[in-house]
Design a protein around this ligand. Structure first.
Ligand code: HEC
Length: 174
């Protein structure tokens, strides 16, 4: 019978093979001494790991340690870089797209033929929806509804562009 007392992470393990109840055949110690020896070996192993640096407390004062582990860089946007006198860059403005163009590129894919239950561009399919009020229609378009993903798949559309497109659709079906 092999009894594995413990093993080091290196894979070295101490195995005990009882032969006579009292005396260990290879180690020359009595069986009662083995647990004591095992505990001592374990203590030595723990001290070895601790002093190897793996568990050591890093040197330096708190401030020095904080300095050492501080983030590598900081993101500064030109607009907020006032101390350096940097010229604030105007955010890139894009001309808002026309509602009809947005409809043609994105919304029509589903709303022309009614993909996934999308109301087609006929009054009968819109009356009940329009009755909910424009704010509901805007919110459904911005957040998505049923099979319609948020923004009606126009992911870079602004909320204003989406609202104008809804306005355009509602006018077009009336
Ligand atoms: C992937 C298909 C798809 C695309 C693309 C799509 N829709 Fe829809 N839309 C739907 C479906 C499906 C519904 C019905 C959802 C339901 O009632 O469950 C819907 C419903 C709506 C409604 C009615 C919401 C309500 O509250 O009743 C509006 C308004 C709308 N879409 C506007 C748009 C606009 C604007 C676009 C383009 C920016 C767009 N949709 C693009 C599938 C689409």
């Amino acid at each position: 019978m092999h009894v594995r007392l413990f093993s080091f992470s290196s894979g070295v393990s101490l195995q005990v093979q009882p032969f006579e109840p009292d005396m260990h055949p290879d180690l020359g110690v009595t069986m009662l001494q083995l647990p004591v020896i095992a505990m001592r070996l374990l203590a030595v192993a723990i001290i070895a790991v601790a002093s190897s640096g793996a568990l050591a407390i890093p040197p330096g004062t708190d401030a020095e340690i904080r300095e050492r582990i501080s983030p590598f860089g900081q993101l500064r946007r030109p607009q907020v870089d006032e101390d350096n006198g940097a010229v604030a860059e105007a955010p890139v403005e894009r001309e808002p797209r026309a509602a009809e163009a947005i409809y043609a590129q994105f919304c029509g894919t589903c709303h022309e033929i009614g993909v996934g239950g999308a109301p087609r561009m006929v009054a009968a399919e819109w009356d009940d929806r329009i009755a909910q009020g424009m704010d509901v229609l805007y919110a459904s378009t911005i957040n998505g509804l049923g099979a319609m993903p948020p923004g009606g798949t126009c992911f870079d559309c602004s909320e204003d562009e989406l609202k104008k497109t809804v306005d355009w659709m509602v006018e077009a079906v009336q």
